[in-house]
Design a protein around this ligand. Structure first.
Ligand code: DGL
Length: 283
């Protein structure tokens, strides 16, 4: 890791199982437009949500090692599922690396809900994790919490079906009992879900508050970069983006163009069983 307080050339790594973390890239770039970002999408293994915690932990460790080898100063685990499975472990394994993780926004939902009924959309692994259980324990008192894993939604979003009939059906099934029970706040507990926000609003209506934690994560990144590296964003510096995927770069290029429209190099990563990740070399 670079020495602290070296404001120049600070760069961060952000990762997710797929394109979900791009919602965090977007929020971070909006807040810190000059910050260089390296993004890893482990699309060879998406979705993480139905995998074993130990497996997700091992993927997360190898991706973090890869990002460190690329010279990043801070890592954002832009995935609620990987945070549930690995955040604690990553902080123990890389004690000098600033790491920002994600957690379902139970606390803000509890603070904001007037009906005292909230809906939480997240993956099975996120709901099973200790992190979520501890949030419910801490902030869930007097709150009716309706959970849904939205089975198949991550796959639909990865396939680009942001408004498709199956996507709509999955969301309707998830939201129906929540709306019937008068939830006034819905938490997006998976970074993929902000990409179906407009469909969710069509189904749930405009009066429902939807909490997307990406802007809060971006603010946390800004605060940590300032305190650890004295980083200040310069409006005239243009950010550079390096994108990596462990699946097909052509598809990933299309997804980035559609969802973000940012320009950056896209490279393919190959999983080497014991040695982690390697960049595919072009012949
Ligand atoms: N985007 C991820 C999350 O925030 C993971 C989705 C998945 O791979 O299952 O939970």
């Amino acid at each position: 890791m670079k020495s602290r307080n070296s404001n120049t050339a600070v760069k961060i790594g952000i990762f997710d199982s797929g394109i979900g973390g791009l919602s965090v890239v977007r929020a971070t770039h909006e807040l810190l437009p000059g910050l260089d970002i390296i993004y890893v999408a482990d699309q060879a293994h998406v979705p993480y949500g139905r995998r074993q915690m130990t497996e997700i932990r091992s993927f997360s460790e190898q991706i973090t090692r890869f990002l460190l080898a690329q010279g990043v100063d801070l890592v954002v685990v832009a995935c609620n599922t990987a945070s549930a499975a690995a955040l604690k472990y990553l902080r123990q394994t890389f004690p000098s690396l600033p790491i920002v993780g994600m957690e379902p926004a139970v606390k803000p939902a509890s603070q904001q809900s007037l009906t005292r009924a909230v809906g939480i959309l997240a993956t099975p692994a996120t709901f099973q994790g200790e992190l979520y259980q501890s949030l419910v324990h801490k902030y869930g008192e007097g709150l009716q919490i309706y959970q849904d894993t939205c089975a198949g939604l991550v796959e639909e979003i990865e396939a680009g079906h942001l408004k498709g009939s199956n996507t709509r059906h999955i969301l309707e099934m998830a939201l129906e009992p929540m709306l019937a029970n008068k939830v006034d706040t819905i938490v997006l507990g998976c970074t993929h879900y902000p990409f179906v926000l407009s469909l969710l609003r069509e189904i749930a209506g405009d009066k429902i508050q939807v909490i997307d934690p990406a802007p809060a994560v971006a603010r946390r990144v800004g605060t940590l970069l300032k305190s650890e590296f004295d980083y200040q964003d310069h409006p005239d510096k243009k950010a550079s983006f390096n994108f990596f995927t462990s699946a097909a770069p052509i598809l990933f290029q299309y997804q980035i163009d559609t969802l973000l429209g940012y320009q950056g190099e896209i490279q393919k990563l190959i999983w080497k069983n014991e040695d982690g990740l390697e960049i595919e070399t072009k012949e």
